[in-house]
Design a protein around this ligand. Structure first.
Ligand SMILES: N[C@@H](CCC(=O)N[C@@H](CS)C(=O)NCC(=O)O)C(=O)O
Length: 226
């Protein structure tokens, strides 16, 4: 490993998971600096000064490569591709690269948003609607994966990085009210993802899943009392 890489992130943040997975999948050694998002931050947590100094919005993930810093998960994934010479998550062929980028944007828009809507949802019908939108997106993504095994082409790519947090938290989402049946094509893609190098670094333990579910159940109780 040539460059000095650090990820300022946290396991509960799905945007951090994208980057953490890609670093492991590409075999890029890095330091992980745990910065819990405010909703999961213990009262006595001291935010590292380096994070405060370089993060434009005080959001994780933020990455340092050498003396440079960047935040925002998708630009960070692209930046790491440019900056770090390691197995790539972008195909060489330009049209294939464009397909990966198109699908990355599609997943971010059409699957990630409703996914966040499920756990930040408070009213039952809103949670239900977000769940239905998420599952409709998973159905389309599962269809892509059925064709070539992966979300955008014949190899795991940045599209897997962007979608990986959905696999990581699926059981938690189901406990938080995602009731629509998960398409078998999406579940099969999840099984393939579990065989990839990066999986072990981002998979949740039962304790992490319980903490995720517990935090959002508490959030809902608090919102309903308002
Ligand atoms: N668009 C950003 C979103 C990052 C984001 O929303 N991060 C959340 C945690 S999941 C955060 O750090 N929020 C600030 C806070 O809660 O303190 C990305 O793709 O990286």
């Amino acid at each position: 490993m040539s460059a000095d890489v650090a990820l300022f992130g946290h396991w509960i943040c799905p945007f951090s998971t994208r980057v953490e997975w890609a670093l492991h999948q590409r075999g890029i050694g890095h330091e992980l600096v745990s910065v819990p998002p405010s909703a999961a931050r213990p009262n006595d947590f001291v935010i590292p000064q380096e994070f405060i100094d370089h993060s434009p919005k005080l959001e994780v993930p933020m990455v340092r490569v050498g003396h440079e810093y960047l935040a925002e998960s998708i630009p960070v994934l692209e930046w790491l591709e440019e900056r770090i010479d390691a197995p790539s998550l972008l195909p060489l062929d330009l049209p294939a690269r464009e397909l990966v980028r198109e699908r990355v944007a599609w997943i971010d828009q059409n699957a990630f948003r409703p996914m966040v809507g499920v756990y930040y949802g408070v009213e039952r019908d809103r949670i239900e609607r977000a769940g239905q939108k998420l599952v409709a997106a998973l159905d389309i993504m599962g269809g892509w994966a059925n064709e070539t095994a992966w979300l955008a082409g014949t190899e795991a790519s940045l599209a897997e990085a962007v979608a990986m947090p959905i696999h990581v938290r699926l059981a938690g989402l189901q406990r938080l009210g995602l009731t629509a049946p998960i398409p078998s094509s999406w579940a099969a893609h999840g099984e393939r993802c579990r065989e990839l190098l990066g999986w072990d670094a981002v998979e949740w333990t039962q304790e992490q899943e319980d903490e995720f579910v517990g935090r959002f159940e508490a959030f809902r109780r608090m919102q309903r009392r308002k």
